[in-house]
Design a protein around this ligand. Structure first.
Ligand SMILES: [Zn+2]
Length: 205
């Protein structure tokens, strides 16, 4: 037998919502990302999280990303991971370069915090806060308390709270509509019964 390849594909609607050739000024980039997050829920293709990599100066869209953890059956397919991964493929390098900017609808979780460092991006812009995500039951994991400071100390420009209220409303609407707050401990086919293990909630995705 051969092992499965790692395939993380964007839902087909993303190509229309975030077409190649898109270029946006700084204050419009979060707007596109929030639209992708809302649409991902409406289309039933994943969780209420989106991200995108842009060239900082020109605003050219390098790669969009939405959360596809559930449809792809890839536990690490958070929006930031998807955007950074596709951006690397588009640029032909694992190092995206200091001229790139990751815009994400919610502050990165523990995993995506690390991915920001390993991607080589120069700028990170976030919308909803960790508190906003946790307020509706998602778990961001054990991030350093001063996670933004850790990134800044390594030379990254970090801007938090961009259109925060609008970004938080996307999460709240998802939760209010009964969207699943999935998490690695919620079990899947054949999962052991871990119901006795206390869980702080679902994983941010
Ligand atoms: Zn994440």
């Amino acid at each position: 037998m051969t092992w499965e390849p790692l395939v993380v594909a964007l839902p087909p609607w993303v190509a229309g919502a975030a077409p190649a050739g898109t270029a946006l000024p700084p204050d419009e980039r979060m707007g596109l990302v929030l639209e992708l997050a809302r649409r991902n829920v409406a289309e039933g293709t994943g969780g209420p999280f989106a991200a995108a990599v842009f060239e900082s100066a020109s605003g050219r869209l390098v790669a969009p990303g939405v959360n596809v953890v559930v449809p792809s059956a890839v536990p690490v397919a958070h929006a930031e991971i998807v955007a950074l991964g596709i951006a690397g493929r588009a640029r032909g390098s694992y190092d995206l370069g200091a001229d790139t900017e990751l815009v994400t609808s919610t502050e990165p979780c523990t995993m995506c915090f690390g991915a920001c460092l390993w991607s080589g991006i120069g700028t990170l812009v976030t919308g909803a806060t960790t508190a906003d995500a946790e307020a509706v039951g998602f778990d961001e994991g054990p991030k350093p308390p001063d996670w933004a400071g850790e990134l800044r100390r390594r030379g990254m420009i970090v801007v938090t709270g961009r259109r925060r209220e609008e970004a938080a409303a996307v999460l709240a609407a998802y939760a209010a509509a009964g969207g699943p707050i999935y998490n690695g401990r919620s079990g899947g086919p054949g999962a052991p019964d871990r119901s006795m293990i206390p869980s702080p909630g679902g994983s941010h995705a």
